[in-house]
Design a protein around this ligand. Structure first.
Ligand code: NCD
Length: 317
């Protein structure tokens, strides 16, 4: 039996969670990291439970880690790619949700290109819903895995200075991280060109920099973001070359951060666009691979906690 310390039915975003909510998931995930490093990675906590991963957008890390997380906890896991489903035949989001709901599932993980779509869906089903990324809104499990990665390396989050750099405008990862880092007492800086930083973003309690060298000065963590071309309508950067020159992370700009500053990126990376290969592959300072490892553990913690709150008989029609 898992014990419940996360008092929410769904995980739709970091906004609205308290520090104890977040810390309880991180503490639980720490235990799952150890389990994942052992030979016997399986637990039967979710035996009999059904998890469906419904993805309306492409994904490598998030989808695979949700699948692994469910399987390592003993659940039956089904992956649905919208491009291969009846969505292509014109079925609405709500009809798709109602169809899945009728199959008595326990957890529905959803990625969707529209902000708010996952919340809407959560209002129509009886199971627990996890937001695996909705438009440019939130990506809560990414922020949790980032926090776990930082905490394991630095020993804390509170008091750290974290620079989130690049295409903040289109980034759900940035939004979830801002909420989480603020809640846990870290100091957040946003660094990027004016075209890629929302004009009122400082209201979220962050410091804004348009000069990368100034923004990286003495930070503990440098979190790079991908240029999200697929969400852009129009030209946001003059050219890739110019963008890399001013906002790409290379050894020279990194030298302005603290000597023990770490490098992060949620992936997928565009090498030579927002990050130079030399820093991305720096074995001492780059935590990009650890982030992927932590992703599985964090998603196990989320599945563990959200199924605790479910009745013994699964919902349905
Ligand atoms: C991110 C996403 O999909 O929001 N990727 C991820 O989940 N690891 C970031 C991105 O696509 O750039």
């Amino acid at each position: 039996m898992n014990t419940r310390s996360f008092p929410h039915r769904h995980l739709l975003g970091i906004q609205g969670l308290t520090a104890p909510d977040i810390l309880s998931l991180l503490d639980l995930a720490d235990g799952y990291v150890e389990q994942n490093r052992s030979v016997d990675k399986r637990k039967n906590l979710l035996r009999g439970r059904t998890v469906i991963n419904l993805f309306f957008e492409n994904s490598t890390r998030t989808r695979t880690s949700f699948e692994l997380a469910g399987k390592r906890l003993g659940a039956d896991v089904i992956n649905m790619q919208a491009s291969a489903s009846s969505v292509q035949k014109g079925e609405t989001l709500i009809d798709t949700a109602m169809t899945l709901n009728a199959m008595h599932l326990d957890v529905l993980t959803v990625r969707h290109p529209d902000s708010g779509a996952v919340k809407l869906l959560s209002e129509k089903v009886n199971c627990a819903v996890i937001n695996a990324g909705d438009g440019a809104h939130e990506h809560p499990t990414q922020a949790l895995l980032d926090a776990l990665t930082i905490r394991r390396r630095k020993g804390r989050l509170s008091g750290l200075c974290v620079a989130i750099c690049g295409d903040v405008l289109h980034s759900r990862v940035a939004r979830s991280n801002i909420h989480l880092l603020n809640t846990l007492g870290a100091h957040v800086r946003l660094v990027g060109p004016r075209t890629l930083l929302p004009s009122k973003i400082a209201a979220l309690g962050v410091e804004v920099f348009h000069d990368m060298r100034a923004g990286l000065k003495d930070v503990d963590v440098v979190m790079m973001l991908r240029i999200q071309n697929e969400r852009m309508r129009g030209n946001f950067i003059p050219s890739v070359r110019e963008y890399f020159h001013f906002f790409g992370l290379d050894a020279e700009k990194l030298a302005l951060a603290k000597p023990d500053a770490v490098i992060m990126h949620p992936g997928p990376m565009n090498r030579g666009v927002e990050i130079d290969s030399d820093v991305a592959d720096d074995v001492e300072r780059s935590l990009i691979r650890e982030q992927v490892e932590m992703g599985v553990a964090v998603r196990m913690a989320c599945l563990d906690q959200l199924t605790c709150g479910l009745p013994e008989t699964a919902g349905g029609v």
